[in-house]
Design a binder for this molecule. Structure first.
Ligand code: 5GP
Length: 193
């Protein structure tokens, strides 16, 4: 249960390897739950084709990122595949002040740190059906094998070993089946408030 004194509200963290489908679940969930806010995290990685400022990240320079770390703007920040990612405290607090729930797509390290700060958060680990399928999805998503494909796959194997450290596990084999499980978890969490 979240603390009303600390003005906390419901929080869902979708965790798991890059390419497991987390961001697609976030998009679907925010369109189904009008009171659920997607927290736009910050990154120093370059934009990919089809991305723009704020979609799906705030894209900043190394220097801007460092400043934000110094000011304590992030609940946590981590290096993922050699680039920095950070989750902004102000967006989370603002959503809660407005009586909304928040959802975030983060990696394993980030989710663990956020869970420490907000133990009431619900962490859902998204598993790919297999590493081979994950590799194919990443290639499809980016149109060609990205330069860091093997690094991402070895990170994925490491992350998947930690799946049981999170509150729930969902296998994204069939998107609709997996999403219906996630939707039910979010409904239950929001109703608990
Ligand atoms: P990509 O660059 O492929 O979009 O994301 C790489 C990874 O960074 C994904 O697993 C994503 O969940 C994670 N990520 C995105 N934002 C954050 C954040 O603010 N903190 C942490 N720890 N990980 C993040």
């Amino acid at each position: 249960m979240w603390s009303k004194e600390k003005k906390e509200g419901p929080m869902v963290l979708l965790v798991g390897p890059s390419g497991a489908g987390k961001s697609t679940f976030v998009d679907r969930a925010t369109s189904d739950f009008k009171n659920l806010v997607d927290i736009i995290t910050y990154t120093t990685r370059p934009m990919r084709e089809g991305e723009s400022e704020g979609h799906p990240y705030h894209f900043v320079s190394d220097e801007e990122f460092k400043q934000k770390v110094k000011r304590g703007d992030f609940v946590e920040w981590a290096e993922v595949h050699g680039k920095c990612y950070g989750s902004p405290r102000d967006q989370i607090e603002k959503a809660w002040e407005q009586g909304k729930a928040v959802i975030m797509d983060v990696d394993v390290q980030g989710a663990k740190k956020i869970k420490q700060e907000y133990p009431h958060s619900l962490t859902i680990f998204i598993l790919p059906p297999s590493i081979d399928e994950l590799r194919q999805r990443v290639i499809r998503r980016e149109g060609k094998p990205p330069a860091d494909l093997e690094l991402r796959m070895s990170n994925a194997v490491r992350e998947i070993k930690e799946a049981n450290a999170f509150d729930r596990q969902v296998v994204n084999s069939d998107f609709e089946v997996a999403y219906s499980q996630i939707k039910k978890m979010i409904e239950d969490l929001i109703q608990k408030g």
